[in-house]
Design a protein around this ligand. Sequence first.
Ligand code: SF4
Ligand code: SF4
Length: 369
Amino acid sequence: MALAFEDMDFGPPDYKDMLPATLKDNYGKWKYHEHIKPGVFKHVSESGKEVYTVRTGGPKFISSATIREMCDVADKYCESTLRFTSKHSIEWIIPKKEDVDKLIKEVKKMGLPVGGTGNAMHSIVQCTGWVHCHTAATDGPGIAKAVSDELIDYFQRDDLPARLNIAASGCLNMCGAVHCSDIALLGMHRVAPPVDDSIVSTQCEVPSLIAACPTYAIKPKIIKEDDGTTRKSIAIDADKCMYCGICYGLCPGVPLANAENDGVSIWVGGKVSGARGGAAFSRLAIPFIKNNPPRWPEVIDAVKKIVKEWAKDARQDERMGEWIDRIGWTAFFERTGIEFTEKHIDDYIFSVRDMNVGSRMKGSVLKKY
Ligand code: SF4
Ligand code: SF4
């Protein structure tokens, strides 16, 4: 018997099936919302119904015991639902005003900070990092936790000039969405993966490995043995390697992680919002800081310096990148005390061509060149 289209099992389930009752009843009827205090929104429906949303920071990795505790709280105050946002925040949607402070008390007891709304530091989005990924040059969750702990005050208030988005990614694949953040902490490899011929020639499919490299840095290599036989392996042109780690995903004979050479770079001034000057990529502020786990003090110092200068000088609603554009990069480096080096000069000759591919960048780049 043929399956009806709606019975087929593909794609995510319809989110409307999971809405709390109050949201379902007022779906499409929300009239306005107010940011009533740090971490708390009120939405008002055309019917007059009010609903309150409390946002809390959440950990990257959560035990099932903690999730059960959260569910107990949601059962009590939130019509048995809660929402995990893409930035790892947890949103508690409360239909009764009198329950807002009760819920805040309970979640704080669980160690979840309330905030990350309005002109505050929002939860730090991060990739999976060392615990899971073979490509990581640094630990997204580890750095995010260390920086969050130091800047937690900015999360819990909303008196910054504008919202502050910080993101952390273990490598340039940017699963932590660092490319358009006010401050981006990006893992950096600095050396091409070494080739272990004994593994490559016995465990890996050489043609696939060569084909997978996006920069054509991998070439075939024939190893001649003393007995006259040959084995196939590869050679990597270090000048062409951009440390993406794709080869290591296919073959354990080219390990990319390097404890001595891996670290973190810091980028600033990106934003996704199209408001005012439009969306912008993050741009390089600090090319390299050596990994220093578990608390990355040098990274924390740099982030604090940048945030302090921006918070002191930016105008109302001026995001980090807009502030830098106004004061100029020279002033940014002078005020933050960050050293300007030759690494800040973009000499990648294909960048104009590549930027022209993106629809958002097209107009401005074409005008400029
Ligand atoms: S950004 Fe890099 S390190 Fe992080 S999960 Fe993605 S591939 Fe792995
Ligand atoms: S890390 Fe990426 S760029 Fe470098 S050799 Fe491997 S696949 Fe090529």
